[in-house]
Design a protein around this ligand. Structure first.
Ligand SMILES: NC(=[NH2+])NCCC[C@H](N)C(=O)O
Length: 409
């Protein structure tokens, strides 16, 4: 059976992609919780939605089918038993496995139609929205001033991270911070219960339950047998090892290149500093390269005794040449490598380029130095508006989860 998921590169023509249109969750962010919510500012929702619609339209205009996470999840919950099971889990993962608050939340959420319920779960539930049957100690005394029973999920529009499609399968990710951990439960229900995916032979390379942390922003599909992955603030060596074991055992993948990057908020994922945009071209934030273009990379292969062999290599160009079998690699520095422009543009996702075909990319308009440089290197650049979307600290690659790409010729 042909899997409904097929992604064998970062650059093959984009055929199907999953997005989430930012909603009310954005308006449930206020200054005291910015840090907890992993954002640095509060986008102005109507403009963020407008910008997001233009982003989606750019993808459609270039031949991609755009699916929305919220619709896929709504369809996945069409059966009442599945919907109830999902509700139990999401309420438990929000901190209420049983008791008055759990019951109040469940009754409240069940009062919506399924689509509105999904939107509500993403938006968050404030304490003053529900009435509990009896007062619990938690309600009376815990976090009294905290306004939510269920936190908003303002990062849901970064659909890159909750999961990653690799080959004909997917990783459903155990995410690092509490602010995002519930998001991958959505993916689990979509894969198991949405008709497009359920019983269609989708391999789950790694699910969200083992301990090691991993996010899709770190998972870069370089080819039909090579995966690059960041060892980062969000992805641990443990998860990478487990994923490599699973891929080596069950898929065509025979090479995992784990690249160590700084562990900080500006560079939270590999795709904030390094993205593939053509057969032999990449954008790279100069801050991750030591003199002479060196990084710390660990190349993993299956070895004959069933173990994984690991070699440490540092020359990024040489690593990529070998992995992709190319005579040369063009590394295009974000912001032209200027000491101020590079970090400024990287901060607003100047390295976070989404390839929609080989040599064709979608980027934020605000990163005009990086965009001009891409054009000088022969790349076709579609710029999208970015005043509000960028405040969530993610760019076009973060905002999209490719489900199907054409194979490279
Ligand atoms: N793939 C990415 N770079 N995603 C960016 C996600 C940004 C989001 N605020 C977070 O911290 O999780």
């Amino acid at each position: 059976m042909q899997s409904p998921i097929h992604v064998t590169s970062e650059i093959g023509k984009l055929k199907t992609v999953m997005l989430h249109r930012p909603g009310k969750e954005i308006e449930n962010v206020y200054p005291d919780i910015l840090h907890r919510m992993l954002v640095d500012d509060i986008p102005y929702l109507p403009i963020a939605q407008e910008e997001h619609d233009l982003f989606a339209q750019t993808l459609r205009d270039n031949g991609a089918e755009v699916l929305y996470l919220e619709d896929l999840l709504t369809d996945a919950l069409a059966d009442n038993d599945i919907k109830e099971e999902f509700l139990e889990k999401i309420i438990a993962e929000s901190g209420y496995a049983a008791g008055a608050i759990h019951d109040g939340l469940k009754e409240y959420l069940l009062s919506f139609n399924t689509k509105d319920m999904v939107d509500k779960i993403i938006a968050g539930v404030r304490k003053d929205e529900i009435k509990t049957k009896y007062a619990s100690l938690a309600e009376l005394a815990e976090d009294k001033d905290y306004p939510f029973y269920m936190d908003p999920m303002p990062n849901a529009y970064f659909t890159r991270d909750q999961q990653a499609c690799i080959g004909d399968g997917i990783t459903i990710n155990r995410m690092t911070f509490k602010a995002r951990q519930r998001e991958s439960l959505f993916t689990e229900y979509i894969i198991n219960h949405n008709k497009r995916f359920a019983d269609k032979g989708v391999e789950v390379w790694r699910n969200r339950y083992p301990e090691g942390r991993i996010e899709g922003g770190d998972e870069l599909v370089l080819s039909d047998h090579v995966l690059a992955i960041g060892i980062s603030q969000r992805t641990s060596a443990k998860a990478i090892t487990e994923l490599a074991e699973s891929l080596f055992e069950k898929s065509n993948y025979d090479t995992v290149i784990a690249i160590h990057i700084p562990h900080n908020h500006a560079m939270m994922h590999l795709d904030t500093v390094f993205t593939m945009i053509n057969y032999d071209q990449f954008t790279v934030h100069p801050a991750i390269l030591r003199d002479g273009g060196h990084v710390d990379a660990y190349i993993m292969h299956p070895s004959s005794n069933g173990e994984i062999s690991i070699t440490h290599e540092t020359n990024l160009k040489e690593i990529l040449k070998k992995a992709l079998d190319k005579p040369e690699i063009d590394l295009i520095p974000t912001g032209g490598g200027d000491p101020i422009i590079a970090p400024r543009e990287q901060w607003n996702d100047g390295s976070n380029t989404l390839a929609i075909a080989p040599g064709v990319v979608v980027t934020y308009d605000r990163n005009y130095v990086s965009n001009d440089l891409l054009r000088k290197h022969g790349i076709l650049v579609h710029e999208v508006r970015s005043s509000e979307l960028s405040r969530g600290r993610g760019g076009p690659r973060c905002m999209s989860c490719p489900i199907v790409r054409e194979d490279l010729k």
